[in-house]
Design a protein around this ligand. Structure first.
Ligand code: 5GP
Length: 122
């Protein structure tokens, strides 16, 4: 899938739409999800134009990839969910129900998060 410069996270990165920032470094930004599904629900995104994990792992530099992984750990530490536990999840493409076509990791925590994956509705 080609990257769409008009996706909502690209607008956040350009400062056209506000976000509640949690963490930022040269290559990565993390901010609170606008519609949280748990007491802690943060999105971690690379600043580069990547659609998905496969795209990012194929095209991003080692420095960008390391920064992304480090940011996820930093967010968990910063938000105090390391001891209680948390979940990191990324949705990709149609079957993953990805809504925003810019790579993002969801970091959930602050309550019992239940089973890893729901059954499809019939
Ligand atoms: P996806 O289904 O693509 O994995 O999740 C996209 C996430 O982005 C959703 O959890 C949604 O609530 C969040 N989101 C959509 N638009 C905005 C926005 O403008 N600001 C923030 N902070 N989150 C957003």
């Amino acid at each position: 899938m080609a990257y769409d410069d008009n996706n909502i996270f690209a607008k956040i990165l350009r400062g056209e739409i506000p976000c509640k920032k949690v963490y930022e470094d040269e290559h990565t930004l993390a901010f609170h999800d606008i519609n949280p599904q748990a007491p802690v629900h943060v999105l971690v995104i690379p600043k580069g134009a990547y659609v998905s994990m496969d795209d990012f792992s194929a095209k991003a530099s080692a420095t960008e990839q390391a920064a992304f992984v480090r940011a996820i750990g930093q967010v968990a530490l910063q938000l105090g969910i390391v001891d209680s536990g948390y979940r990191v999840l990324a949705n990709h493409g149609r079957d993953g129900h990805q809504e925003v076509p810019h790579l993002h990791m969801h970091v959930f925590g602050g309550r019992d998060l239940g089973p890893m994956i729901g059954r499809p509705r019939s």
